[in-house]
Design a protein around this ligand. Structure first.
Ligand SMILES: [Mg+2]
Length: 241
């Protein structure tokens, strides 16, 4: 059970901060391509990045190219659930492997029976969004599972109104651990902040490296702390370090 952070919480000055994007730094919208940070939120993140001497990364399930359009390029960006990263002031990789077109066609056929979903290509990851049918996650997972047998290295992950088919190595915990071996993250205390099932692996990895997780919202979690909502997160991030 996570403990709710209060205003007296001491934010470690030698922290390395890993921030999920959707549902953590920005609210959900029906169209994820219309989501963006407000100017005040960008300022908050850049200030914090300076205070942490650059040990701040946005870590998201979004494709690294798409993520790089939505967060300042001055920040580390880790996309595709930890698979690919881009250092500050460098463009994201643009030659990602693609999801199997053969299996994609089969999934398209099955999913064409389900209204109001849409399928997003994210390099080797496929995301089936069902925001207008929130209860369908398990049913979608069960419908596509038999199609995935040829993809021996892929797993299904059911998130908040999205079912994703991804390589097992696409894992925010793996992404966080890899990032902690790089300057300026090396030797710092990792703090992972996120809202969804995909962030749990990041919470666990942060804990194993001597840090902790903060979950946005309630519910079962491996995070040590929680915050009620995105507004409370920005209040926390603006605290002096
Ligand atoms: Mg999220």
């Amino acid at each position: 059970m996570a403990t709710t952070l209060n205003k007296d919480f001491a934010f470690p000055s030698n922290a390395a901060l890993f921030l999920d994007f959707d549902g953590t730094l920005v609210g959900f919208q029906d169209n994820p391509y219309s989501v963006h940070l407000a100017n005040s939120e960008i300022s908050c993140l850049l200030n914090l990045n300076d205070k942490l001497d650059g040990a701040l990364a946005i870590i998201s399930g979004r494709d690294i190219v798409d993520l790089s359009k939505r967060v300042p390029i001055a920040l580390w960006r880790i996309g595709n659930h930890g698979l690919y990263s881009a250092a500050p002031d460098t463009p994201p990789p643009n030659d990602l492997p693609k999801f199997s077109s053969d299996i994609r066609r089969k999934i398209d056929t099955v999913m064409s029976q389900v209204p109001e979903i849409w399928i997003e290509d994210k390099g080797p990851v496929l995301a089936i969004h069902h925001r207008k049918k929130p209860a369908l996650g398990l049913a979608i997972s069960q419908a596509i599972s038999p199609l995935l047998a040829p993809l021996k290295t892929h797993i299904i992950q059911v998130g908040n109104c999205v079912v994703e088919i991804k390589p097992a190595s696409a894992n925010k915990g793996i992404g966080l651990r890899k990032q902690m071996t790089r300057d300026p993250f090396l030797g710092r205390i990792p703090i992972m902040i996120g809202d969804d099932t995909t962030d749990e692996e990041g919470f666990i990895a942060a804990k194993k490296l001597g840090g902790f997780g903060i979950k946005i919202g309630h519910g079962p979690t491996q995070a040590k702390y929680n915050l009620l909502n995105i507004q409370d997160l920005y209040s926390f991030l603006r605290l002096p370090t």
